[in-house]
Design a protein around this ligand. Structure first.
Ligand SMILES: [Zn+2]
Length: 188
């Protein structure tokens, strides 16, 4: 875990020109919209920001965010820890109009007089990444698989019994009778 805190705002053009790389932690109090949306930040948020240009000379910011948050499990209402592993690329655009036309692979970001407000950007990315429904996956999924395999066993043995029954009936089926009649006709 980096032992220095990320700045709250930076002048993007300067960092792009020097190809800067910022890395650091962000204390919980800087992310009030996240702390409001989760039970708690379970593992401190750290972020890496890489500044550069893309092939069409647009300023881009590579963002990766790590940490973990605790959410209420929607099955048992106990706390479930959700790891955050976010990686995205932001393309700096001049205004909202350009942001709407931005290609989908690069998220647009509009700067405030050349400044990137890091806390607000991190909040957006973290909130976007949170699952709509948090669940304890492992224990619950194992139980479901058990239920399903029991069902499958019952179904397949029922199918087998059905096949055996049809086979037994086949000995006395109408076609067998028809075959006998045909043979008898041929003999007449
Ligand atoms: Zn649960």
């Amino acid at each position: 875990m980096p032992n220095q805190q990320l700045p709250q705002q930076v002048t993007v053009r300067k960092l792009v020109e020097s190809g800067a790389h910022l890395s650091g932690f962000v204390s919980d109090v800087r992310l009030p919209r996240v702390t409001e949306a989760v039970q708690q930040i379970a593992q401190g948020i750290t972020a890496d920001l890489h500044f550069g240009m893309d092939e069409s000379n647009k300023m881009i910011i590579g963002v990766s965010i790590e940490g973990a948050v605790a959410l209420a499990c929607q099955r048992c209402l106990e706390s479930v820890t959700v790891p955050l592993n976010i990686a995205t690329t932001l393309t700096v655009v001049a205004h909202d109009e350009e942001a709407r036309n931005c290609i989908r692979s690069h998220e647009p970001i509009v700067l405030d007089e050349g400044l990137l407000h890091i806390d607000g950007m991190l909040e957006e990315e973290i909130l976007l990444s949170l699952p709509a429904v948090a669940l304890h996956p492992k224990v619950a999924r194992d139980k479901q698989i058990d239920d399903v395999s029991q069902l499958t066993d019952k179904t397949s043995s029922a199918d087998q019994q059905g096949i055996e029954r049809r086979a037994a009936v086949g000995l006395n089926n109408p076609f067998a009778v028809l075959k006998t009649l045909t043979t008898e006709d041929g003999q007449e």
